[in-house]
Structure formats: C-alpha cells, structure tokens
Design a protein around this ligand. Structure first.
Ligand code: ADP
Ligand code: 5GP
Length: 217
C-alpha cells in the first residue's frame, strides 16, 4: 500500500474528506463517434474534472503537444514503465502502445478531482477486471465509472470520419472494421450513451457523472 492510498483510506474512514465521490470516468468509443468533442465539453464545463494524459509510442499528429495530449515516449521507455508497474492499464491500439499512469489517477482521486480517461475497450476491460483485487475502500474501486459512447449507426460513423477529413480512405476503412469489434463490447460498460444529437448526448453524460458522484448514506 502506498502513502497516498493510506492517507486517502484514513481520511475516507473519517468520512469528512469530500461530500461527493471522486470519479475515475472511463470513456470508450469507436474512432469518429464524437468522444473527443464530448470529453472536451465535459472538461470545459466542469473544473472538477481533469484529463488523464496517457503515454503512447505513436508519433504526435498535427498540433498535438507532448505533456498536453499525450506523453510521447519511445517503445523501450514504454516497456520500462510496464516492467516497473507504472501503468494502471496499457494496450496496443492500431499498432501503438498506449498506457494510463497509475500515479496520475491516484493523485487526482486523492485530491478530490474526477479524472477522465479516454481509453480503448481493452484498457477499460483491464481496469474493470482489476477492481475485484482492490480493497473496498480503494478510491479507484469506489470511483470507477465506465461509459461507452456509440454512434447512432455505422453509416453515420463513416460520414463523421469522412467529414472530419483527417484520415485517408484506407485508415477510415480500418477504423470501420475496428468499430464493429469495439461495438461488440459496449455491453461490458455500465452506461451506454448514443451520440446522435450532440447536446442530448452531452446532457446524458453530465447527468451520469453527477448521479454517480453523489454519496448515498
Ligand atoms: P472521436 O474523438 O470519437 O474520434 P470526434 O470528437 O473527433 O470523434 O468527432 C468526429 C467528427 O464528428 C468531428 O468532425 C465532430 O465535429 C463530429 N461530431 C461529433 N459529435 C457529433 C454529433 N453528435 N453530430 C454530428 N457530428 C458530430
Ligand atoms: P489516438 O491515437 O487516435 O489518439 O487514440 C487511439 C485509441 O487509443 C483511442 O481509442 C483512445 O481511446 C485509445 N487510447 C488513448 N490513450 C489510451 C490509454 O492510455 N490506454 C488505452 N488502453 N487506450 C488508449
């Protein structure tokens, strides 16, 4: 047990640390669904939510910045982190490694922040499976919330990917194949939000976060 967890557990036992549950909000969606759009809005509208910056071995795209969008690392550096046990979860997605640093998550939850993870279905599954091994009072177990954002249809998804105009036709075809696989795992998530009308999807997402952060005595 590390120091930060010990102090959280002690304070949580005193039951006067926070009057809400700091959430570990896992959001997954097929590429092009609108997850980034929804997550950005959530982060803009709620100062109490921070974004979990993942490590990745993929190269920066466009205006992406190291330490803001991702921590861009070399593959050997990523593997050293794996060996040290730094990651809460990690996976290979579209041929690159991606991982969530456990320290980022614990620091956020211990300071009373909700932390938002934009991760794929494999990573979400790893965290979910690991929950049973954690103590009941562990902030990760207490705060875990998983949401799958789905497109209204595969046809709409393709239109959004084409409309975003960021990817070549080959990449879009590959993303569509991946999307069908990812959609098969939507039921593993406690909540599913369909991103048809953006405002409605955002309202639903906000409601879920609000409801799950309330403490029921
Ligand atoms: P993701 O992060 O899931 O890959 P983005 O947030 O980049 O997806 O959204 C993909 C495209 O779809 C963007 O051009 C975005 O503006 C658009 N989009 C997102 N949500 C909606 C929506 N509800 N209706 C129509 N277009 C949307
Ligand atoms: P992109 O390279 O387009 O930013 O992200 C590709 C995919 O990797 C997305 O589905 C995104 O959710 C996922 N991803 C980003 N960070 C992580 C992470 O830390 N862990 C896992 N498992 N997936 C991640």
């Amino acid at each position: 047990m590390n120091d930060s967890y010990e102090s959280f557990a002690e304070k949580a036992q005193e039951k006067k640390l926070f009057d809400y549950v700091p959430l570990l909000i896992v959001i997954s969606a097929p590429s092009g669904t609108g997850k980034t759009t929804l997550c950005d809005r959530l982060l803009q509208e709620d100062d109490n939510i921070i974004y979990s910056i993942s490590c990745t071995t993929r190269k920066p795209r466009g205006a992406e910045e190291d330490g803001v969008d991702y921590f861009f690392v070399a593959e050997d550096q990523f593997k050293e982190s794996v060996a040290r046990g730094d990651f809460l979860e990690y996976a290979v997605v579209h041929g690159n490694y991606y991982g969530t640093l456990a320290s980022t998550i614990r620091q956020a939850l211990n300071s009373g922040k909700h932390i938002l993870l934009d991760i794929d279905v494999q990573g979400a599954g790893q965290i979910r499976e690991g929950l049973a091994l954690l103590d009941d009072s562990d902030p990760i177990r207490q705060g875990f919330l998983d949401i799958f954002v789905a497109p209204p249809s595969l046809e709409v998804l393709r239109n959004r990917l084409e409309g975003r105009a960021e990817d070549s036709a080959d990449v879009i075809d590959q993303r569509m194949i991946n999307a069908e696989q990812e959609m098969l795992r939507a039921d593993e998530y406690e909540y599913q939000v369909v991103n048809d009308d953006l405002d409605q999807a955002f309202q639903r997402l906000s409601q879920v976060v609000k409801k799950e952060s309330e403490i029921y005595e």
